[in-house]
Ligand binder design. Structure first.
Ligand code: NAP
Length: 182
């Protein structure tokens, strides 16, 4: 795939897998919109990548995806910048390893909001333009835990099963289209 001059939105880009997506895609000539809560880490990454690659730009949008309006806020902020997203990488997510009843229920509410709700709403917001232009796509970061129940990560595993199932269903709806969901 050719990512030169493509605009790629990455959630959870301040660390881990999201940061690695940003680093590798920048080296392939992609322009990036990076988001997470940690503004300092995002700005440092933006600085690092634009210094290393003078042919790209990186926009930073600090945001807490647990806030109910955040997916819409992110979408509107990108529109206000006059940008259009070619690829969306829904990477922000988290889990917890313990007996089911040992974590607070609030932890599970947040896990479901981030891993499922925000991811689904971002697909809902960004997919229509991709379908109109018949190009681009979405990567939803699931987990090996998507494939079987996960004792001690029961809610996390179930949330990632949603991500896999939902993404494969969209892939089915897009058969015959140039828009790809994985
Ligand atoms: N690491 C693994 O072994 C593994 C395996 C399978 C799947 N995964 C999946 O891969 C994805 C990335 O995981 P990782 O291991 O790279 O974890 P990580 O290093 O903890 O990164 C998670 C990212 O999500 C962001 N994030 C967390 N809560 C957020 C919120 N409320 N609003 C906006 N952004 C938020 C974090 O940034 P801030 O804290 O700055 O907001 C961070 O950038 C997750 O979906 C995870 O489930 C990971």
């Amino acid at each position: 795939m050719n990512f030169t001059n493509k605009t790629i939105l990455i959630t959870g880009a301040s660390s881990g897998i999201g940061k690695e997506f940003a680093t590798q895609l920048a080296s392939k000539g992609a322009n990036l919109i990076i988001t997470a809560r940690s503004e300092h880490e995002l700005n440092a990454l933006s600085q690092q990548l634009t210094t290393r690659h003078n042919n790209i730009w990186v926009k930073v949008i600090p945001l807490d995806l647990l806030l109910p309006d955040s997916p819409k806020t992110l979408f509107a902020a990108i529109q206000d910048m006059g940008l259009s997203v070619d690829y969306l990488i829904n990477n922000a997510g988290f889990g917890k390893f313990c007996h089911f009843e040992e974590a607070s229920f609030n932890t599970y509410q947040n896990m479901l909001t981030l891993n499922i709700h925000a991811l689904t709403e971002l697909c809902y917001l960004f997919l229509p333009t991709m379908k109109q232009t018949n190009s681009g796509g979405i990567i939803n970061v699931a987990s090996i835990g998507s494939f079987q129940p996960l004792p001690y990560q029961a809610v996390y595993g179930a949330s990632k099963a949603f991500v896999l199932n939902f993404s494969e269903a969209l892939t089915g709806e897009l058969l015959g289209s140039q828009v790809k969901v994985m």
